[in-house]
Structures are given as C-alpha cells and as structure tokens.
Ligand binder design. Structure first.
Ligand code: BG6
Ligand code: MG
Length: 218
C-alpha cells in the first residue's frame, strides 16, 4: 500500500529545468560543446559536477580542464543559475502541483524531497513550500547522485517508510532509474520516449492527481 511520495524538485514542482539548461548552455558554448536537446535531457537530474563532466565529454573536452578550472566553470554556472532563480515566487509552482501536494497532505500521505540540487532549500522557500515536506534529503551527504538509487532510498527513510510504500515523482530518465533501483514505484512526468522505464507516465504536471494514479495502478 502506498503511504508516501518522494518528489524531485527541478522540472516536477517548478520549471527550474529551463534555468539549469540556460545556465549550462553558456558553459557548453564556452568550452565548445555543441548544445543539443538530447544533451539537455540527459543533464536533467544530474548533479552539478557530474553535469559539467557530461558537457565536457559530449564535446570531447574531458581532458582539457584541470580540477580547479572545472570547479570555476561549475561556480560560474551556479552564479548565473542563482540569478535566474531569484525571480521565483509561489506563482512558479507548475500547473496542478500545489493542488496535488495539498490533496496528498489532506489524505495523510507523507512527503519528502529527493533533489540533488544544493539550491533546493532556497527554491522551496521562494515557492512557499518548505513546510509541505516531512524532510529533505541533504544532497551534500550523498555518495552518488542519480541515477544511483541512494537518494530515493534515503527519501523513504526520511518518511520512515519501506520503499515499497513509496512513489517517486520525476521528470528525468536518470531519476526514474534511481527510483526503480530503490524498489519504489516510479512516476514519470513528461515525454514517454525519454521516461519509458517509468511504472506510471503522465504527459504533464496538471495530469497528476491521486485519482489518476490510483486508476493507473489498478
Ligand atoms: C537537479 C537538476 O535537480 O539538480 C540538475 O535536475 C542540476 O539539472 C542538479 O544539475 C544540481 O543542482 P544544483 O542547484 O546543486 O547545481
Ligand atoms: Mg528533475
């Protein structure tokens, strides 16, 4: 029986995925990696340093930068990103998500946050959602990022639930892989070609309701 939900943040609760993409594209231009939609999709859910490595590798530049230079590139990206997310308000919660979160609260489900973003606490605050969650997995404490299951295993622990009692909610293929690896039920929001590994797929956030989930789970 499902008793809790573990939420990804970027691209699920708010559309920061577009800001991450915008800020990473500047890095790609700088290092000379061609920016493509596949690359942008592949970066979703991936930690900051792992994202940088993917961008360098996509252009064959993985050996061109020292660790110090990489850290500088990642810091520049984050500075740009932090500027972009300064505009966030509760109006930037994706369609249907506030109602969904409220209905989960009203029905007694537990909720935790499973975002690898170090900026997640600031974003939740800007959206007015800090109090909605039982707990937030601290991404700084993770040994591995998505697609490793660790973050979703921890998200279940935060709620004191067995993974079998948890639905993980994601917009990224790497996140769906992480949920499945944690033995939770995966709910993917977005393109079904990208999210084909998900147990339940919804085209957009507005379609996600408790009723629709129950119907799909049979
Ligand atoms: C994830 C995003 O939620 O957080 C990724 O989907 C991002 O695109 C990652 O790279 C890390 O975020 P931050 O804010 O710590 O750089
Ligand atoms: Mg995401």
């Amino acid at each position: 029986e499902i008793k809790g939900f573990a939420f990804d943040l970027d691209g699920v609760i708010t559309d920061t995925a577009k800001f991450h993409a915008q800020a990473w594209q500047q890095v790609a231009d700088k290092v000379g990696t061609n920016w493509t939609e596949d690359l942008a999709d592949g970066l979703k859910g991936i930690s900051r340093m792992d994202s940088l490595e993917m961008i360098l590798k996509a252009g064959g530049h993985e050996n061109d930068y020292s660790q110090a230079e990489k850290e500088k590139l990642a810091a520049e990206k984050n500075d740009n990103y932090v500027q972009l997310i300064k505009t966030l308000t509760p109006d930037d919660i994706l369609p249907g998500m506030l109602d969904f979160i409220k209905s989960l609260q009203a029905s007694g489900y537990k909720m935790s946050l499973a975002s690898v973003s170090l900026n997640a606490p600031v974003i939740l605050k800007s959206l007015g959602l800090t109090d909605a969650f039982e707990g937030i997995v601290n991404p700084a404490s993770l040994k591995k990022g998505k697609p490793d299951p660790e973050i979703y295993v921890r998200a279940a622990e935060v709620m004191k639930l067995d993974p079998k009692q948890v639905i993980g909610v994601e917009d990224a293929a790497a996140g769906v892989t992480a949920i499945n690896g944690a033995n939770e039920t995966s709910l993917g929001i977005g393109n079904s070609d990208v999210l084909h590994e998900a147990d339940l797929i919804f085209p957009d956030t507005a379609a996600v309701t408790i009723e629709a989930i129950k119907e799909k789970m049979g």
